[in-house]
Design a protein around this ligand. Structure first.
Ligand code: NAD
Length: 417
């Protein structure tokens, strides 16, 4: 376990404490919201293709369910910890509250490298994990979605497993499903598209043109790669991207289509010839207008924050910037759009998918994107207004709104019994 992973949860709590201080939150309310409400640890066997048995550990944590069912992704990663899941579940509570959708926050994970499993092993692992956490999840209780290391196929297996348990099809138990079984148009691009809307708003607020703006993106997965494509389509110049194999940089701009082709063919970015290799850390420090961290947490810390040269950082990943780094960036005039706002497009369209599933009435992609834009732009403007009025960072402003919404819902409902 690396030290920065230990701090992900303490960072999330510290971020909450900052908001609680600024709101002068009652100590009893603070004690309630500072920790997850429910934590489930599961250890379960999976039969490998060679008939051997391996026991895996997984988690499902519900931080808060006051404003509605819990919502949050499932991560398959070899180094994920319970503390990571606690932190990420907490971030989901604030993210849903920031865009004002009626959900609480949750997160799930299995300690596994999904790339080391065959497709059949991955299916058995997913189904057994789903069965283990089925005591918690359900369309009106807790609704998982994809995250790092999981995708629409994994969600289809989760949905099928729950449906087999219940004896009827339960599409609304997960979001991020394939279209054929009740997924939503636009869901696969939603996080990236949501990020695009708020980066566009931030650029407008800074009187910066996105046409020709230089962009660096850390992480070329479901979110990062789509951000690259959408920003390229808008006329921005994507100069650097990276994945776990390494980064590539071309100061004149990457041919994003060719990079997609290379990644699809080779399964990695390293070795792409029309650019220079660049390290993960150097990519973050490039002279660009827009930087998008879209991989894992704690990438910008007190160590490298002073060397960041971007004008705008759009946090697609959850918690890529530590609280120490935040202060440095704010002092240097870097406009940070926080994860609970910039990364909220995915959960917003997940909410649309859930609504469509429950109503069994499906929208066109144009309708989904228009509703997403309305939610993201509305949330951005409301957070920007609060940040300007209170002279605080966009993150603090977003947290103030989110924590107050959850606290107010808790006050109105009262403490049971
Ligand atoms: P993904 O697994 O599809 O992609 C992650 C990418 O990061 C991969 O390209 C991987 O190679 C790369 N990576 C890993 N370590 C790296 C490193 N050290 N440097 C550079 N790249 C590295 O995951 P995703 O769904 O695209 O999610 C990315 C981030 O966005 C995560 O933090 C996730 O929690 C967050 N997020 C995702 C969604 C969603 O809808 N998928 C929604 C909100 C937030």
């Amino acid at each position: 376990m690396s030290p920065d992973r230990v701090t992900l949860y303490s960072n999330a709590q510290r971020q909450f404490d900052l908001a609680a201080d600024a709101l002068d939150l009652d100590p009893r309310m603070r004690a309630i919201l500072r920790v997850p409400q429910r934590e489930l640890i599961v250890n379960f066997p999976v039969q490998k293709d060679d008939k051997s048995i391996e026991v895996f550990t997984g988690y499902r944590v519900q931080h808060n369910i006051t404003r509605g069912p819990a919502k949050g992704g499932i991560r398959f990663h070899p180094r994920v910890t319970l503390d990571d899941v606690r932190a990420l579940s907490m971030i989901m509570t604030w993210k849903c509250a920031t865009v004002n959708i009626p959900y609480g926050g949750a997160k799930g994970a299995v300690i596994v490298d999904p790339r080391a499993l065959s497709i059949h092993e991955l299916e058995r692992l997913t189904r057994r994990y789903t069965s283990e956490i089925s005591v918690l999840i359900g369309p009106d209780r807790d609704i998982p979605a994809p995250d790092v290391g999981t995708d629409a196929q994994v969600m289809a297996w989760v949905m099928d497993t729950i449906s087999m348990h219940r004896g009827h099809t339960v599409p609304a138990v997960v979001t991020g499903k394939p279209l054929e079984i009740g997924g939503s148009h636009g869901r696969d691009q939603a996080t990236a598209r949501g990020l695009l809307y708020v980066v566009r708003e931030a650029a407008e607020a800074l009187s910066l043109s996105l046409a020709g703006a230089r962009v660096a993106i850390q992480g070329f997965g479901k979110v990062g790669a789509t951000v690259a494509r959408l920003l390229d389509d808008m006329g921005a110049t994507v100069v650097a991207v990276s994945d776990s194999s390494g980064g590539i940089y071309n100061p004149r701009g990457l041919d994003v289509g060719a990079v997609f082709g290379y990644k699809a063919h080779h399964g990695r970015l390293a070795g792409y010839r029309e650019a220079e290799p660049i390290s993960h850390s150097d990519l973050l420090e490039l002279p660009v207008e827009v930087l998008v961290p879209a991989s894992l947490s704690t990438q910008i810390s007190g160590i490298n924050a002073a060397r960041i040269r971007a004008r705008i950082i759009g946090e697609a990943a959850n918690a890529p910037i530590t609280p120490e780094a935040d202060e440095v960036l704010f002092g240097n005039g870097v406009f940070v759009i926080p994860d609970i706002l910039a990364g909220a497009g995915g959960v917003t369209v997940s909410y649309f998918e859930w609504v469509q599933g429950l109503q069994e009435f499906f929208w066109t992609e144009r309708e989904v994107n228009a509703q997403l834009e309305r939610v993201m732009v509305g949330a951005f403007r409301s957070v920007l207004r609060a940040a300007q009025e209170r002279r605080v960072t966009m993150r603090t402003a977003a947290y103030l709104q989110a924590v107050e919404r959850v606290a107010q819902a808790t006050r109105i409902r009262g403490i049971y019994p």
